[in-house]
Design a protein around this ligand. Structure first.
Ligand SMILES: *Cc1c(COP(=O)(O)O)cnc(C)c1O
Length: 392
């Protein structure tokens, strides 16, 4: 059976070049980057090269890159780091209802410690309105955290406008850019962000490594206490092979950015249009224009998402219901609820997400299998039968 991977927003395949770049740092250059001997210096030099590679991809300075264990840690470090460094009596942060749980659950944990949090709502577009962000601001607002692209819908958020609001008021601005870095151009100056999270495994790099961009002059308390690594911004011996992998993945993503972006967009559109043509009672969730080229989220009326994903998987196609971390639970995705979908609509929604390694044949296979799967599932749905009969 030919297997097709359309779940690249959950994780991506490691690029072979990235694997090759990492190999010596497992087997030969295993030094601790803090050691002064030859082994240590080899490791240290590799970490600094990776820092330059990551900085270049987002138009930052190498000294502004802090390596972390991934996107989740970068999000935690940004929110907790800013809040803990501030000595204000009243602390307030503004974020959105559609953030990844790495931000949402961190914000909720901060609320338990007395921080006030406003969760700005979004409409059916899945895009936050900067005017709503502005209305949420208070004199004691310390931080705004708005993701760059939503991982479930792919919708792009108006960061430049929000960045201007933040800058005018001297409020720190963080973005979770895990879904955009390496997929579309990301420029920290243009976006006006002070902090930006990214993750290697979402851009064909290894799992368990990421980075937080910290604009020069940003005062941040380190999440982890220990040694003086990463200029006192993140304690712990550096994950040298992982960091090398992230650096190489960033370099490759930069080199492929335009060509891959165009190709992925064409594949995504062919998939989406093909599905909409072949399947009745089906619609796209969220804004179709202001969206990542990699993602489409569709709802199929009278289909139960989990059953759909399993049926597709049995035929070799991997896709997802909502976010990977929500699957297995019957709770509808918080993002789909936030854009106003009823629980049964949210549960009938499927995300297809593409990456650099997807091909035309992948889309052919998906388009061949999908309508049959939908038809079969609807054939056994009592609601579908009732609805179709009552329409006649
Ligand atoms: C995957 C993801 C994360 C978490 O990154 P990890 O490296 O897996 O911890 C955070 N935010 C978004 C938007 C993501 O898609």
């Amino acid at each position: 059976m030919r297997r097709v991977y359309l779940d690249n927003n959950a994780t991506t395949a490691l690029a072979p070049e990235v694997f090759e770049a990492m190999k010596p740092f497992w087997l030969e250059d295993y030094g601790n980057a803090s050691s002064i001997h030859w082994y240590g210096q080899r490791a240290k030099a590799a970490v600094e090269t990776a820092r330059e590679q990551v900085a270049k991809l987002i138009q930052a300075r190498p000294s502004e890159i802090v390596f972390t264990s991934g996107g989740t840690e970068a999000d935690n470090a940004a929110l907790v780091g800013i809040l803990e460094a501030a000595h204000a009596e009243n602390k307030h942060i503004v974020t959105t209802a559609i953030e990844h749980h790495a931000v949402l659950h961190t914000a909720q944990a901060l609320e338990k410690k007395g921080v006030a949090v406003t969760y700005v709502r979004v409409g059916a577009s899945g895009i936050v309105d900067p005017a709503d962000v502005e209305r949420a601001l208070r004199p004691e607002t310390l931080l705004i955290s708005v993701m760059h692209a939503n991982n479930e819908l792919g919708t792009l958020q108006p960061l430049e406008e929000i960045g201007r609001l933040a800058r005018e008021r001297d409020i720190y601005f963080h973005t979770d850019a895990v879904q955009t870095v390496g997929k579309i151009p990301v420029n920290v100056e243009k976006l006006g962000v002070d902090l930006l999270s990214l993750s290697a495994h979402k851009l064909h790099g290894p799992k368990g490594v990421g980075a937080l961009y910290v604009r020069k002059g940003t005062i941040l308390r380190s999440l982890l206490h220990g040694g003086h690594h990463e200029r006192d911004r993140r304690a712990g011996t550096e994950n040298v092979p992982g960091i090398v992998g992230l650096g190489r993945a960033a370099e490759l993503a930069g080199a492929h950015l335009e060509e891959a972006g165009r190709r992925i967009l064409a594949l995504r559109d062919r998939l989406e249009e093909g599905i909409l043509r072949a399947v009745p009672l089906c619609a796209v969730n969220g804004d179709r224009a202001r969206r990542l080229p990699t993602t489409t989220n569709l709802r199929f009326d009278y289909i139960e998402g989990e059953g759909f994903v399993i049926a597709m998987d049995l035929r070799g196609v991997a896709c997802a219901t909502g976010a990977a971390c929500s699957s297995g639970s019957l709770e509808p995705s918080h993002v789909l609820s936030a854009i106003g979908l009823r629980p049964e609509q949210a549960r009938s929604s499927i995300r297809f997400s593409l990456g650099r390694f997807n091909t035309d044949e992948d889309i052919d296979v998906a388009l061949e299998i999908l309508p049959k799967v939908v038809e079969r599932l609807r054939a056994v749905s009592p609601h579908y039968k009732t609805a179709v009969t009552s329409e006649k």
